[in-house]
Write a protein that binds this ligand. Structure first.
Ligand code: NDP
Length: 337
């Protein structure tokens, strides 16, 4: 075990897209657990788009950051020292250690992981909060019927790839939207989608019309903006839209003008807002079904792993520019110490 704790700190609120200078770095002594606490070492740090909103101290999140604070975030960690009755050295857990190598916990909000179910890194992606988002938004809000056309944006990320593959398992015809030919190829070849449209490749509304000749019955929206507008132009009668994420707007100071909603009226469509924290009680249901699909080979996922805690700021900036390909993670330490 190292004798110092490396940390990445919050330096300032980004102006527009984040840059590495918005973060700082320091080191502290490794803390010692008190009664009822345990110390864990971070193995994987999750990079999630919502951190950008936390960095502007958005009131919708409980986290508050002041300059010099360690950056908040979800991690997979291994217990190294324990004075807690339920956790022993060697246990793998999902815990909010933040952007640092070591942290203390009282066990609150901690999820125990079984490395035999799936690789532990998936607890931050398709078998964690992002996967639950895709699962709950599809199974419980969107409710696609067999044969319906489902469109998913950011379709190769952990939320989108889960939403799309769940819809495919429910019998829907799935069309992805992604930001490169390589991502689109992966969506069709590996994720089993019927088609995938590159939103950087010309007229998106026309490309969606060609890929969805009977219109779009369900749209799982991860990005908002011009993509949402192009989908709204292609809605089928009685369509549903699950509003999940608006990543482009996270780096703007004020919200962009809304899309033209006239076609929503014409299609008698329904729009529903999705907040994953309303669905935490469904985590075990999602984990059971999706991990079964992973083991039988009918559900694929991809990870985009940066090496070492020091690479976290640059990797987060890459994510916020849409240049990640798969769940954005940082390997902070080896899986086995
Ligand atoms: P991803 O790994 O999918 O990464 C984000 C992707 O968004 C990029 O790779 C990129 O994919 C796409 N993108 C499109 N436009 C932009 C843009 N202007 N700037 C940056 N990226 C863009 O992320 P997640 O799967 O973790 O999250 C997907 C969405 O779900 C996010 O908006 C997130 O905030 C939201 N979310 C919402 C939750 C809720 O409770 N409602 C919970 C969890 C996540 P491409 O190149 O293919 O376009």
């Amino acid at each position: 075990m190292a004798d110092r704790n490396q940390r990445i700190t919050f330096a300032r609120s980004p102006k527009g897209l984040p840059v590495p200078e918005d973060f700082g770095a320091d080191e502290t002594p490794i803390p010692t657990p008190g009664p009822g606490q345990f110390l864990s070492r971070t193995v994987y740090l999750s990079l999630d788009p919502y951190y950008r909103n936390v960095m502007k101290n958005s009131p919708i999140y409980a986290d508050r950051l002041a300059p010099g604070d360690v950056m908040v975030g979800e991690t997979v960690a291994q217990v190294v020292e324990s004075r807690h009755a339920d956790y022993a050295p060697g246990d793998y857990i999902a815990v909010r250690n933040g952007w640092q190598q070591y942290a203390l916990s009282s066990g609150q909000g901690v999820r125990r992981l079984d490395p035999l179910i799936a690789p532990v890194s998936t607890a931050l992606g398709v078998l964690g909060m992002p996967g639950l988002t895709g699962w709950a938004g599809t199974v419980h809000l969107g409710q696609p019927l067999p044969g319906e056309t489902v469109v998913v944006s950011a379709c190769t990320g952990p939320v989108g790839s889960t939403a799309g593959q769940v819809a495919r398992h429910m019998g829907a015809r799935v069309v992805g939207i992604a930001g490169s030919a390589e991502k689109c190829d992966y969506a069709v070849r590996e994720l089993g989608f019927t088609a995938c449209v590159n939103h950087k490749d010309g007229d998106l509304a026309a490309a969606l019309k060609a890929a969805c000749p009977r219109g779009i019955d369900l749209y799982f929206d991860n990005v908002g903006g011009a993509t949402l507008q192009a989908v709204i132009a292609n809605l089928a009668m009685g369509a549903r839209i699950v509003l999940c994420g608006m990543i482009e707007a996270y780096s703007m100071d004020s919200p962009p003008p809304g899309p033209w909603l006239g076609p929503v009226v014409g299609a008698r469509a329904t729009m529903k807002g999705l907040v994953v924290y309303d669905h935490m009680h469904r985590m075990a249901e999602m984990e059971r079904v999706v991990s079964g699909w992973i083991r039988e080979g009918s559900f694929r996922y991809r990870e985009d792993v940066a090496e070492g805690l020091a690479s976290a700021p640059a990797a987060f900036c890459t994510l916020m520019r849409g240049q990640n390909f798969g769940k954005a993670l940082v390997r902070v330490g080896p899986e086995r110490a």
